[in-house]
Design a protein around this ligand. Structure first.
Ligand code: FAD
Length: 294
């Protein structure tokens, strides 16, 4: 009978956690209680998203700066180039550099109203690879970029999308973080294809704990992540039962990360949605324990 290895038989993986910048006082408190709970797990870095079209520019900056100032964590700022001139984007990047932030997650971002409307800004960076090159001219940032095991929805082919990832790495990115996925085989096959294409930087799986199946299903349709039938079955009948849903979500994520770990994956990026409990449980299952106070 095939079995998954026990946690203590595996090397402890490196983690990163993703947050979004809070919009209200209540969400601000939720974020910081999440940060404080996850901080002792000593992630490699924590990242803060940039709202669609740069709409959270100030809030992202404030959150990243506070993480740098008030915690022991290493923050990474997401930055998109859609809808802005290269000069405007460079100014945001320079502010980060001046604030001592050295890690950027460089993205193109989405066009308002959907992909069919994407038109590069006339004076902007057209694609994330152009943004990566621009950032490198500003400072020697550590740069992470996005990767799509199921292919970005607007790519002309899986090969073209992989070529694009290669361009982002060649421009100076040193890590890719994947869009979330639920089919582990798809991710593992993607790693093989990326390696065959000459991509040797880490391609870190993005793990989304599914606390709200209905929302995840809707969002997945837009970002090109397949939601397998077995997931529908798993969450069937739990719409009004959040407690059971969270337990199911924890066990599903546990299965996914342990399967990845058994296949040699030793770095994980967790989309926390600013809630600590599922992320903490996943980290724990992977063998991560809080750092002892000095
Ligand atoms: P790119 O790498 O530029 O690719 C975009 C598309 O263009 C792909 O289909 C690619 O194949 C194609 N392409 C690239 N170059 C060319 C070319 N020269 N000619 C023709 N086609 C080309 N969005 C936010 O708004 N804020 C965030 O904070 C954020 N964080 C994210 C974090 C992660 C880990 C991931 C996976 C996604 C995140 N996104 C975020 C979403 C992201 O902005 C969208 O998925 C966006 O549609 C693509 O961004 P990209 O950086 O992958 O773009």
């Amino acid at each position: 009978v095939a079995s998954l290895p026990q946690g203590n038989a595996m090397p402890v993986p490196a983690l990163s956690f993703e947050f979004f910048p809070p919009r209200t006082e209540a969400l601000e408190q939720q974020l910081w209680s999440c940060v404080r709970r996850l901080e002792p797990l000593a992630p490699r870095f924590v990242s803060v998203t940039y709202g669609a079209g740069g709409t959270t520019q100030e809030r992202t900056h404030a959150t990243v700066a506070k993480l740098a100032r008030e915690t022991a964590l290493t923050p990474a700022a997401h930055l998109t180039c859609v809808g802005a001139s290269a000069g405007e984007v460079d100014d945001v990047a320079r502010r980060y550099w001046d604030a001592g932030v050295r890690h950027i997650v460089a993205l193109r971002g989405d066009a308002p109203g959907g992909e069919a409307n994407y038109v590069p800004h006339p004076e902007g960076y057209a694609y994330a690879s152009d943004l990566v090159a621009g950032l490198k001219r500003i400072g020697d940032f550590e740069i992470s970029v996005a990767a799509y095991p199921e292919t970005h929805p607007a790519a002309s082919s899986p090969e073209a999308d992989l070529d694009n990832l290669k361009r982002k790495i060649d421009a100076g990115a040193t890590r890719a973080i994947t869009q979330y996925f639920f089919d582990t085989d798809v991710y593992l096959r993607f790693l093989d294809r990326a390696l065959a294409a000459g991509i040797t930087v880490p391609i870190v799986p993005g793990i989304l704990p599914v606390s709200n199946f209905t929302q995840v299903k809707k969002f997945s349709g837009m970002c090109g992540t397949a939601v397998p039938d077995w997931m529908g079955h798993l969450f069937d009948g739990l719409d009004d039962d959040p407690d059971t849903r969270r337990m199911v979500a924890a066990s599903m994520a546990a299965e996914q990360v342990r399967l990845l770990q058994a296949n040699g994956v030793d770095e994980f990026h967790i989309y926390t949605l600013n809630r600590a409990d599922l992320s903490y449980a996943i980290a724990h299952i992977l063998g991560v324990r809080p750092r002892k106070a000095e």
